[in-house]
Write a protein that binds this ligand. Structure first.
Ligand code: GLU
Length: 295
């Protein structure tokens, strides 16, 4: 049998322990990859040292392992990948698709922080690099769960940052370069990132790399139908009791409990989950969950 072209990934930023919301993206992306007989990769998005927590990446990988979720290829760390990010930004600069920018936040305050042309009051020692977003940059894509999404990137976002003025690579550039280089065919992640996708598609077009399929999972709702409170959604998951957490996430993905009922180990539960998973049951809106979240 030829290898499946499906390649998915989970890409946490090491800013703290994995919580229920991030585990939903991890488990959901893993299930969709396994359902398609595809591969599933883990990438640590450690491009933003000021926001990172020491040892969080190791802790996240240990949590994923406790839940039986292992990367099919060596875990990739964005902090080791300055050269390809540099090469991509230099290519864009050479083609005049990107430009150096000296504008500060204060300079852009009068335009609600949106950059359309440089208004810098003084030169910085180290300028940022921005993607040039021409007028009429209307991006649409079909999200496999959320349906058609459209954004006027020039109007709503403006020329966006690829290299920050503090010298760190922006998430948008790093994620696009890595998704392309790792040949990710399907990006499955939380709906909080749906607004970033049109920017990523523009960047893919500018770099001449393929656009993957996108599926944005709904945010978690509590039993009362309200978005889970920040503190609850942000609670670290309990790695000592993975089975109740996996069952809870399974229900949050719209799946009926029966296929997992008999499982007594993580391996067994995951096996039953792959066999019983029905992507057609995923819902655009998160369903309210009876009972409180585990942990
Ligand atoms: N690193 C991002 C986060 O933890 C996710 C990026 C992505 O999946 O594209 O929110």
């Amino acid at each position: 049998m030829p290898p499946s072209p499906y390649r998915g990934r989970f890409a946490p930023s090491p800013t703290g322990p994995l919580h229920l919301g991030s585990m939903l993206a991890a488990f959901g992306s893993w299930l969709l990859a396994r359902h398609a007989c595809g591969q599933w990769l883990i990438r640590i998005e450690d491009v933003d040292p000021p926001r990172e927590v020491p040892a969080a990446a190791e802790q996240q990988l240990a949590t994923l392992a406790a839940f039986g979720l292992h990367s099919d290829e060596p875990v990739q760390y964005q902090s080791h990948r300055h050269a390809p990010y540099r090469a991509a930004s230099e290519r864009l600069l050479a083609q005049d698709k990107a430009f150096h920018c000296h504008c500060s936040r204060a300079d852009l305050a009068g335009q609600h922080g949106i950059h359309r042309h440089c208004v810098s009051s003084q030169k910085r020692a180290q300028p940022a690099i921005r993607l040039r977003v021409p007028e009429g940059s209307h991006v649409t894509f079909d999200d496999a769960l959320q349906g058609p999404i459209a954004q006027d990137v020039d109007r709503d976002v403006g020329d966006f940052v690829l290299l920050r003025a503090d010298g760190y690579w922006a998430y948008q550039l790093a994620v696009v370069v890595d998704d392309a280089e790792q040949r990710i065919s399907h990006v499955v992640r939380g709906a909080d990132l749906v607004d970033s996708t049109p920017r990523q598609i523009l960047l893919q077009r500018a770099l001449g790399v393929p656009t993957p399929h996108y599926l944005h999972l709904p945010l978690l709702l509590g039993a009362d139908g309200q978005k889970l409170s920040k503190s609850l959604a942000a609670m670290p998951v309990d790695t000592d009791a993975p089975l109740p957490v996996l069952r809870w996430l399974w229900a949050a993905l719209g799946q009926p409990p029966a296929p997992l009922d008999a499982a007594v180990s993580v391996a067994e539960l995951l096996q039953h989950a792959v066999a019983g998973f029905d992507p057609g049951r995923l819902q655009k809106e998160s369903r309210s969950l009876a009972g409180s979240p585990p942990g």
